[in-house]
Ligand binder design. Structure first.
Ligand code: SF4
Length: 189
């Protein structure tokens, strides 16, 4: 990424200041449960690659969490491959790109999954609570919920961005990594 090569020591702070809600949610769940199912590992893993987390840091990051749940041996055996694979170091060596909003919104998270787009996949109560934690006022929240009711999920995310950073986002949000970069531009200017 042009703005930041995220390092491990900054990742918690940056997740709170610059991640869109879909990625904040995955990040918090990973820290809480020390585990994410496949869809979550893909969605968050490719996003983190997109924000400039290097492969070695990515392995250390996922290993530290998963080790608390399944042990480091099982992590090395069952999960490390998938992370290297995302970085094009295994299998067909494709350099996989992070998912855009459309793909995330059209995904179908099942029970125990935390991937997807919260504007599309959260219950109204959970979404309101999450927006409250991002600091939205009740007025801002109603504007967002209005977009959600009309199934304009990316517009709902754009309004959230505008409320959080107090500035307009004319391009609109269409990619979690774009959200991240626009946010970093504002925070670092
Ligand atoms: Fe993530 Fe895009 Fe949904 Fe925003 S609109 S929460 S960036 S998937």
């Amino acid at each position: 990424s042009e703005y930041a090569d995220i390092s491990l020591k900054d990742i918690d702070q940056v997740s709170k200041s610059s991640f869109p809600l879909c990625m904040r949610h995955l990040f918090e769940k990973l820290r809480e449960d020390h585990h994410l199912k496949h869809g979550g590992r893909m969605q968050l893993g490719l996003f983190l690659k997109g924000v400039g987390l290097k492969l070695d840091d990515a392995l250390a990051f996922w290993r530290a969490e998963f080790s608390k749940k399944v042990g480091s041996e099982r992590f090395d055996k069952e999960y490390a491959y998938g992370i290297r694979h995302n970085y094009g170091k295994e299998g067909k060596r494709t350099d996989y790109t992070p998912y855009a909003c459309q793909k995330i919104i059209s995904s179908a998270p099942g029970a125990g999954d935390h991937h997807g787009c919260p504007y599309r996949h959260f219950s109204e109560d959970n979404l309101r609570a999450a927006l409250g934690r991002m600091g939205l006022s009740s007025r801002g929240m109603e504007d967002v919920m209005d977009k959600v009711r009309n199934k304009h999920y990316q517009l709902a995310c754009t309004l959230t961005f505008e409320a959080v950073y107090g500035t307009s986002c004319d391009a609109g949000i269409n990619h979690p990594n774009q959200y991240f970069e626009e946010s970093q531009k504002i925070l670092k200017s």
